[in-house]
Design a protein around this ligand. Structure first.
Ligand code: TRP
Length: 335
């Protein structure tokens, strides 16, 4: 008898660019942790969702492959996790279409992420943008995901998938598992103190940048306590430091303990330059082993494609099983 995983962890990342330190700490690191707990893990690249905002086909293709390499270098193991591209599973698109038939339009227009996307793409409000959450519901419900780790901004979309599951199950009998949101993804502050990776701001740390470059970027652009004029002035790490101290709290462990740093800042015994240097040491401790593995994958595009191909086959078997039931319940027959 094959063991059926009780928990299916699923999450996706859009291929709008290369991964940054915020994605790495906020998302990918957690993906690896779940993989280590014997859950069924499905991690995909939402390339179709990417089409709502990215218009350059070459760039999209490149991003997909580079993100797969980042996943692998971060510790995702293609034997333990199912790694795939959303578009490689046509049943996801089919499910999205079927679900759209029972999705009230008004509910979609009320979702904050939709309003946000419309604001940012006001010159190009496509049908794809409106139906973005329906496709996302298909991503989640197709594989019967039970745990969906996402950042805070995506919670309304997962909520919609839950509503959709409830609506469908009520109308057609139990078909979909109820997905739970996992609010474990931390918001990582970028150089300016805003959430890292906001597309308008140049505030992200490239996980593949040499540590020296990261150090220079923090020294030049990392925003600390703006009211601290001189090193001899005490700083306020908790309330006024925007980017550097809050990141220490998230990533600086043990010896270089963030509380020590806060005390030293409050007592004016260290300045912001020293604080930034220690922060970059903490970043280096996390990124160096990653970058070493990542460098070994630089020329391995074929391997990345192979991972997607094999992952796609596994994901497709799982998703096709659900979609077959959905079709049948809704009255659709493949003649
Ligand atoms: N919309 C998500 C984002 O921008 C990406 C995504 C697409 C996703 N489908 C998903 C995340 C399904 C979790 C589950 O971050």
């Amino acid at each position: 008898m094959t063991a059926i995983a009780e928990t299916t962890v699923l999450s996706g990342i859009r291929a709008t660019g290369r991964l940054h330190f915020g994605n790495f700490m906020g998302a990918v690191r957690h993906f690896v942790t779940h993989q280590q707990h014997g859950n069924r893990c499905m991690y995909f690249i939402a390339d179709l969702h990417t089409l709502t905002t990215l218009r350059d086909p070459e760039e999209l293709r490149g991003n997909v492959i580079e993100i797969v390499k980042d996943y692998l270098a971060a510790g995702l193991n293609p034997n333990d996790s199912i790694i795939y591209a959303q578009s490689s599973i046509p049943e996801i698109s089919e499910l999205s279409l079927l679900l759209s038939m029972i999705q009230p339009l008004g509910e979609l227009e009320r979702i904050p992420t939709f309003k946000d996307l419309v604001r940012k793409n006001s010159d190009n409000v496509t049908l794809g943008l409106v139906s973005y959450p329906v496709l996302m519901a298909a991503d989640i419900l197709g594989p019967q995901a039970t745990l969906v780790p996402v950042g805070e901004d995506q919670i309304p979309n997962v909520e919609l998938a839950r509503n959709m599951a409830r609506r469908f199950n009520d109308r057609f009998g139990t078909t979909f598992a109820m997905p739970e949101t996992l609010k474990e993804m931390i918001k990582v502050p970028g150089l300016d103190g805003e959430k890292m990776g906001k597309s308008e701001a140049d505030n992200a740390i490239d996980i593949n940048a040499p540590i020296d470059v990261i150090r220079k970027r923090y020294l030049a652009r990392g925003i600390t306590d703006p009211q601290r004029m001189r090193t001899s002035d005490p700083g306020d790490p908790y309330n006024r430091c925007r980017s550097v101290y809050p990141l220490h709290e998230l990533i600086t462990p043990g010896e270089a303990d963030s509380r020590t740093i806060a005390k030293e800042c409050l007592a004016a015994s260290i300045g912001c330059v020293e604080c930034k240097k220690r922060l970059v040491d903490s970043i280096a401790a996390i990124l160096e082993p990653f970058q070493e593995r990542r460098a070994a994958l630089t020329k391995k595009d074929d391997y990345a494609r192979e991972v997607l191909h094999e992952g796609g086959k596994r994901a497709r078997r799982i998703i096709a099983e659900t979609v077959e039931k959905v079709r049948e319940k809704m009255g659709i027959i493949v003649y």
